[in-house]
Write a protein of this length. Structure first.
Length: 420
């Protein structure tokens, strides 16, 4: 219910015109207000209109006490009001809350001391919810363009509470706001709207602005509709921004419905899509992904092999133990070996039992490697078996004898025990 005064306009005439068109009268009560005669006349006019159901007065106290209000206007003293003591942003936020839901006037009850609010009642005329929402949307949408970040933030948050599909285009436009809090709040509000927002979010997923694409991916993940999985997988192809990671997290949020398409994505020609798919499958934790992930070891992309090692550790499936040992055997990179050892620790007992069996393998290289990995796992239960190997197995490998590997493993396990 906004009315603008222009230079040269008659103040009295313009105010009267605004009063006729307005549903609400937001009155800022201050010592200055009551020091003038004409504001009190306008207040009397508003009060008269409210009594006939034409207006609703929303009072705001500014640098004035309840006792002073009572002296100036006993009628207004018997009302719940907002106070500017907590700042202008707070007042704007609370007004928006009341405007969005007129059936909850208690939203402003915490704005003034309980001693003043106690035993007070508010009598307000109420519009049907649908009519009220229609009246409220336009000014809140307009607030999304405010120069004040706090007002934009509260407007985006309020539109989420309304959850009206008519606000979707406006909220989409805020996904590229300079303020990250506003971008996230707008995305969360689109999530509150839910499935009606999906089509617009899919369009936003291809927007030229990466911030818009990133937040669109986030919102689609929160909504969780399986129909968006393919588009999110395609969005993972992007490198050099947060979009691919946001799409990955969205697919993790969607969870098991995304597993099949993520498995297919492992064979993508895009290393970015493949890498994000590997991580997502590890986080989702579905056993269907174990064998397809093991196949990644046949490739030559070191980063994706390293990521696969991590995901297999998270999946904790015994089928991954032997392939992980082969990674340790095949690669000289210490970081990759360390990741594989950590994955074996995550898998736990199945790794331990498998490695014990490998100590009896006919291949000396395999026995040496099993001894070394058992040493890295630092589990004292294996000391007796390792001592037997250290005393009896002098098979030579390119890394030394199997016995030397067993002795090195024993030293690692015992050193951990001393440090503990």
């Amino acid at each position: 219910d906004e009315f603008t005064l222009k230079v040269g306009d008659s103040l009295r005439k313009s105010i009267d015109h605004g009063l006729v068109k307005s549903r609400y009268g937001i009155v800022i009560l201050s010592p200055y207000f009551f020091a003038k005669e004409w504001p009190q006349k306008e207040l009397a006019g508003l009060t008269a209109r409210e009594n006939t159901g034409q207006k609703i007065i929303l009072p705001i106290w500014h640098q004035i006490t309840g006792e002073e209000i009572k002296n100036y206007s006993p009628i207004l003293a018997d009302r719940i009001a907002l106070t500017t003591e907590r700042g202008l942003n707070y007042v704007v936020t609370e007004l928006l809350r009341v405007l969005v839901d007129p059936n909850k006037p208690e939203a402003v009850s915490n704005s003034i001391p309980k001693s003043i609010v106690q035993n007070q009642a508010i009598e307000r005329k109420k519009l049907p919810a649908a009519d009220f929402t229609k009246l409220a949307i336009d000014p809140i949408v307009a607030a999304l363009s405010s120069q004040d970040k706090q007002i934009r933030l509260q407007a985006a948050k309020t539109l989420g509470k309304i959850a009206d599909p008519r606000t979707i285009p406006s909220l989409i436009s805020v996904l590229n706001d300079d303020d990250s809090r506003i971008r996230k709040t707008a995305a969360d509000s689109l999530v509150q709207i839910g499935k009606p927002a999906i089509q617009a979010l899919l369009v936003a997923l291809k927007d030229q602005n990466p911030r818009t694409r990133s937040r669109a991916a986030y919102a689609l993940g929160q909504i969780g509709d399986a129909r968006t999985i393919g588009d999110l997988i395609n969005a993972m192809a992007e490198s050099g921004s947060s979009v691919g990671r946001s799409a990955e997290l969205a697919l993790i949020k969607i969870g098991k419905p995304a597993v099949e398409l993520l498995i297919n994505a492992l064979s993508s020609s895009s290393s970015e899509i493949c890498g994000h798919a590997i991580r997502a499958l590890g986080k989702i934790g579905d056993g269907r992904a174990v064998e397809p992930l093991i196949q990644v070891f046949k490739g030559r992309n070191w980063i994706n092999i390293w990521t696969t090692v991590q995901s297999l550790g998270e999946l904790k499936d015994p089928k991954a133990v032997k392939p992980l040992i082969n990674v340790i055997l095949q690669y000289n990179d210490e970081y990759l070996k360390g990741a594989a050892l950590y994955a074996l620790r995550q898998i736990g007992n199945p790794s331990f039992e498998f490695l014990l069996s490998v100590l009896k393998n006919p291949d000396g290289r395999q026995r040496w490697l099993a001894a070394m990995v058992l040493g890295e796992l630092r589990d004292q239960r294996v000391l007796d078996e390792l001592r037997v190997v250290a005393e009896t197995d002098n098979t030579q490998t390119e890394w030394g004898t199997v016995a030397s590997g067993a002795n090195a493993a024993i030293e690692k396990i015992l050193s951990k025990s001393k440090n503990s």
